[in-house]
Unconditional design. Structure first.
Length: 180
């Protein structure tokens, strides 16, 4: 299904909700794709289980050293601190926006749409997210819905969004479908 496809997972050096990284990562691998961990700094990223430190993960590429053209899709895991940090790093925002500019699918869960708001790519799109982002998304021109998974094709690319870790099964299925 994803044979020969490489999917970028963009995360901050710390603050990513671990299960929102590991479950989609497994889904991409099980579908035959190659996931690559992209961050703003080399080395390791620190995963979190809510507010508690969890595992660390080796960074494959930094946003300074890769181009979105090298990937077939993008996953943006959540966690509160992760996208809040990413939206302050211009190279990370540009990297995320490039997937929209080139029409490649993007999957974002939980608080991850904050990075997309900063990239100015949600206007006219329908998304879901962690409920506290709904006002931010509406103010950025998006329509917010409270659904387990939302697949929006009203734009330059397919955008898959989900609310929270409980939605991961539906999110992973919709994301791998979009990437194939």
């Amino acid at each position: 299904m994803l044979d020969g496809k490489t999917i970028a997972f963009l995360v901050a050096p710390e603050g990513v909700e671990q299960v929102e990284l590991t479950e989609p990562w497994k889904a991409v691998k099980q579908a035959g794709g190659t996931p690559r961990l992209v961050s703003t700094a080399p080395g390791q990223v620190q995963g979190f289980n809510h507010l508690d430190k969890a595992d660390t993960f080796a960074v494959d590429d930094t946003v300074d050293d890769v181009d979105a053209a090298a990937f077939d899709g993008l996953v943006l895991p959540g966690g509160v601190a992760n996208p809040d940090f990413l939206r302050t790093v211009p190279q990370a925002v540009r990297f995320a926006r490039a997937f929209f500019d080139s029409g490649k699918p993007v999957a974002a869960i939980c608080h991850a749409p904050w990075t997309l708001i900063e990239a100015d790519v949600v206007r006219g799109r329908t998304l879901t997210s962690w409920p506290s982002l709904q006002t931010d998304l509406r103010n950025a021109g998006a329509t917010w819905v409270d659904k387990e998974v939302m697949v929006c094709t009203e734009g330059p690319n397919t955008l898959v969004t989900s609310r929270k870790p409980d939605d991961l099964k539906a999110f992973c299925q919709a994301a791998t479908d979009a990437f194939s």
